[in-house]
Design a protein around this ligand. Structure first.
Ligand SMILES: NC(=O)c1ccc[n+]([C@@H]2O[C@H](COP(=O)([O-])OP(=O)(O)OC[C@H]3O[C@@H](n4cnc5c(N)ncnc54)[C@H](OP(=O)(O)O)[C@@H]3O)[C@@H](O)[C@H]2O)c1
Length: 238
């Protein structure tokens, strides 16, 4: 990773799920603005890697997180952490074994709390920084076949609100973005996808815009939550 380019304003951001979709878009935008970015995912960031360092990590392997992320936790505190990892798993609750429920909760929810828990002490000591969690429209409204996924996203939203309060005295700001359907690889392993018309889905860049708004808010202001969705929701069976 080369040093971030822009003088004075260059920052260090950590982006989970930075290998694909929303996370890759956020990483690309931040790196393109001259900031140093560390992505965390099982695969490396595939874009222009100037300013981007990829830390390969299976975030669902909770027992190993502390060891793998120790260099980040012990290093200089990041200016922002954007949580973009996660996956969808949908079906009637009866179809979910305990292991299948645990896998989704571990990845979407518990790993987010663990990464935040590892990085927050340094950010609080530094007295600055922003956490951006990735919720969903599924964090706002329950939907059929989405019991477990919605449970993880509602929980993330609760965590974001609680963290926002908990961190405010230390100068660390916390926000959450709740997108509706976004065109991405998220749907590659699912039996549905957004409609193909441009009005039926957000782009990853739309969501990156929302993330950047939260990251770039002035230090005295917190954008707690951004909800965004496509103009017309159309769900296509695939
Ligand atoms: N697409 C949508 O319609 C939509 C709508 C609302 C919210 N969201 C949320 O947005 C986030 C990103 O989704 P996306 O649309 O960008 O999907 P995506 O393109 O599939 O990206 C998912 C990211 O999560 C990472 N990831 C998955 N499993 C992982 C694991 N075990 N360990 C580490 N990283 C892992 C993937 O990296 P590796 O595969 O390299 O590990 C990838 O970078 C998710 O939290 C999703 O719930 C998506």
């Amino acid at each position: 990773m080369t040093a971030a380019r822009s003088g004075g304003g260059a920052r260090h951001y950590i982006v989970t799920g930075g290998s694909s979709g929303i996370g890759a878009a956020v990483a690309g935008r931040l790196a393109g603005a001259g900031h140093a970015v560390t992505t965390i995912a099982r695969r490396e960031y595939a874009g222009d890697t100037e300013n981007v360092r990829s830390l390969r990590c299976d975030l669902s392997n909770l027992d190993r997180l502390e060891a793998i992320l120790a260099p980040l936790a012990d290093g200089p505190s990041p200016d922002g952490v954007v949580f973009c990892h996660g996956r969808g798993d949908f079906g009637a609750l009866e179809q979910f074994s305990a292991a299948r429920i645990r896998e989704l909760v571990d990845l979407n929810l518990t790993s987010t709390l663990m990464v935040a828990r590892l990085l927050l002490p340094g950010m609080k000591r530094a007295g600055r920084g922003v956490l951006v969690l990735m919720g969903s429209e599924a964090a706002l409204r329950g939907a059929r076949r989405g019991v477990v996924y919605c449970a993880t996203k509602f929980a993330l939203r609760g965590a974001a609100q609680a963290l926002r309060e908990e961190c405010s005295t230390s100068g660390v700001r916390v926000g959450i973005v709740n997108p509706g359907m976004v065109e991405s690889a998220f749907y590659d392993h699912l039996d549905f996808a957004p409609g193909e018309d441009d009005a039926n889905h957000l782009t990853v860049e739309d969501v990156a815009d929302a993330v950047l708004l939260i990251l770039d808010a002035p230090a005295h202001a917190v954008i707690d939550e951004i909800n965004l969705s496509p103009l017309k929701k159309v769900v296509r069976r695939t």
